[in-house]
Ligand binder design. Structure first.
Ligand SMILES: *Cc1c(COP(=O)(O)O)cnc(C)c1O
Length: 379
């Protein structure tokens, strides 16, 4: 994931905070697809969609060329348009709000719970106005948000919920997987996510109308009345996922439970062995994480030295990361939208460090990461 040029540290390697797990079975699946009759718009994309829907227990899955395109499709299907407001957390990747801004929507950022990094559901209602259309919570680091609370707010105010579950494929909330819990659920298959298609994404829904709208949206807004007559009903995009990407997705999806199990084991080792000076991510009892990220917080008094700690890790061959700068601090957002006061998101950002977690991280490498961060935090 990260260029290794500057890596010295550890046996000449750079341990990234996240990366893909590709096996010979995946390589074979992609090669087979390459030799098939269709490279795009063939049977594999439908097979991938069906398997994703089955895995999550949803009626429909609509695949997209990436997770951001999938978010764009979901906001479009929700009817978000010029002047509408949508609610999302301050602590997320910019794509969560960017995709709503593509349609002229105005993002309203909500503060987070410091312990989980997830949106604070108790702070949503005060920000709902007559213009609000959608709530887009994000399952930060792979742990589902307080969906029951968010869904009952949405119901009371006649809003739709688009769950940005790009971190959370394979997680559970009260025994159910993200994919059916919200009106629409968005996944990404970027290399560091639960499974990868290189680039790719999908929206899962039980609503047939939303599914049809998104299928059309990802193919220019075109429908066919018969084999030779196409009609463009609205301005759509080319956001299709290819057959090669779908073949990789099908192959990866077979292994997802094993992937998540391994991530969970890594998280448990961190929970047990990291210095008690670090704040570890709180897990709520009625849900399980997909463990996309393992983010810790340095002590408050060490926050001013966080950059030095990140650099010291890098010098030792550990490419830790920061998730996330509050979205409203990106220059684009500062220029175009009001900057809210989100105290917890600010504190989170000042203290957060994401440590390596991925399926193929070896026990030996993880022990090295633990020793290194523990000694940096004690000094
Ligand atoms: C990865 C990610 C996305 C976007 O996914 P891409 O496939 O990279 O476009 C959106 N939201 C969140 C929270 C993500 O982590």
């Amino acid at each position: 994931m990260v260029g290794g040029e500057s890596a010295k540290g550890y046996a000449g390697k750079l341990i990234s905070y996240g990366r893909q797990s590709i096996g010979d079975d995946d390589i074979q699946a992609v090669c087979d697809a390459l030799k098939s009759d269709f490279l795009t718009q063939g049977p594999l994309v439908q097979e991938f969609e069906q398997k994703l829907a089955d895995y999550c227990g949803a009626r429909f899955a609509v695949a997209f060329s990436n997770g951001t395109a999938a978010l764009h499709g979901a906001y479009f299907a929700a009817g978000l348009s010029e002047g509408d407001e949508f609610i999302c957390p301050a602590n997320t990747f910019a794509a969560t709000s960017n995709a709503g801004v593509y349609l002229g929507g105005k993002p309203v950022f909500i503060d987070i719970e410091l312990e989980t990094g997830n949106i604070d559901a108790s702070k949503i209602e005060e920000k709902i106005t007559s213009k609000t259309k959608v709530i887009t919570p994000v399952d930060f680091a792979g742990q589902p948000v307080d969906l029951d609370e968010i869904k009952s707010l949405a119901k009371a105010h006649n809003l739709l919920v688009i769950e940005d579950a790009c971190h959370a494929l394979g997680a559970t909330y009260k025994g159910e997987k993200p994919g059916t819990l919200a009106d629409m659920t968005v996944f990404s298959f970027h290399p560091i996510k639960s499974i990868t298609t290189c680039e790719g994404g999908a929206v899962l829904t039980d609503n047939e109308e939303f599914a049809q709208k998104m299928q059309q949206f990802r193919t220019h807004g075109i429908t066919k009345t018969d084999q030779w007559t196409s009609q463009m009903q609205f301005l759509g995009f080319n956001y299709r996922l290819s057959e090669l990407h779908s073949a990789l997705g099908i192959s990866q999806l077979k292994k997802i439970d094993n992937f998540i199990q391994k991530r969970k084991k890594i998280a448990e080792k961190y929970n047990n062995e990291l210095s008690t000076k670090l704040s570890l991510p709180l897990q709520k009892p009625d849900r399980t994480s997909a463990w996309h990220l393992y983010s810790v917080k340095v002590p408050k008094e060490k926050a001013p030295q966080k950059k030095q700690i990140l650099q010291a890790l890098m010098d030792k061959g550990i490419a830790a990361q920061v998730h996330y700068i509050p979205v409203y601090h990106h220059p684009f957002y500062e220029k175009n939208f009001p900057t809210p006061a989100c105290e917890n998101a600010e504190e989170h950002y000042s203290r957060v460090i994401t440590l390596p977690i991925y399926t193929d991280l070896t026990e030996e490498d993880q022990s090295y990461v633990i020793e290194t961060i523990n000694s940096l935090i004690s000094s």
